[in-house]
Ligand binder design. Structure first.
Ligand code: AMP
Length: 202
């Protein structure tokens, strides 16, 4: 969506994985949490995200992926935005999906080590197994996409992230979409919502 609409996107998971890859001090601190499917401490991830968001132009649209993940992070984000002025969250979208489908989707996910393009062994396979269509990079499963770790992440989601829905519901910003549609149908459902909310032109 970000690519097609030409808006910026910032993924907390991508930033953290990059920190781990570079073996930066933050990377070394978060690696074991991520491998186990646990959330990394709020302060670390909030500081990392705010570091990137702080310089952003308030008039620029953006998609946050994977952040905030706890009510404490959402509050810290609001505080950070108050300090920077102008930037705000318009909408929080909850993609609903059964736990079984989440496990199937993540266990089959493959990511390009070079350009980070995503594939799925059954629903979105590359033309040549293990090779990225876009850049020829090698495709790998994420270390936390082991079925056992996925289940742990789902339990963590229920406990720590689900309460966040109430935060955005109370602000009137929460919208719910099915998350298990085919890729194009999923994109259309998302675009229909954004048009209805007047966030993109009809
Ligand atoms: P993701 O790429 O969004 O699936 O995130 C992968 C992993 O990075 C998570 O399982 C957490 O260990 C960590 N992570 C990503 N975003 C956050 C966040 N907002 N808060 C805490 N941990 C996070």
């Amino acid at each position: 969506m970000a690519e097609r609409l030409g808006v910026a996107t910032l993924s907390s998971g991508d930033l953290l994985r990059e920190a781990v890859r570079r073996k930066s001090p933050i990377g070394q601190e978060v690696e074991s949490f991520m491998k186990k499917g646990m959330l990394v401490p709020d302060r670390l991830v909030t500081d990392l995200m705010m570091e990137h968001l702080r310089g952003w132009d308030a008039g620029r649209s953006f998609v946050l992926d994977g952040f905030p993940r706890t009510a404490a992070q959402a509050r810290a984000l609001e505080q950070g935005f108050r300090e920077t002025g102008g930037i705000r969250i318009d909408l929080a979208i909850d993609f609903e999906m059964s736990p079984e489908k989440v496990v199937r989707r993540l266990a089959g996910r493959r990511v390009c080590g070079r350009c980070r393009a995503n594939y799925h062994v059954r629903t979105l396979p590359p033309k040549q197994p293990g090779v990225c269509d876009r850049c020829g990079g090698t495709l790998q499963a994420r270390v936390d996409d082991e079925p056992q770790t996925i289940r742990k992440r789902l339990a963590v989601y229920e406990e720590e992230s689900e309460p966040l829905l109430g935060f955005y519901r109370r602000q009137g910003k929460l919208r719910i979409l099915p998350g298990d549609l085919e890729i194009e149908a999923q994109y259309e459902a998302l675009m229909d919502l954004l048009k209805k909310e007047r966030l993109v032109c009809a």
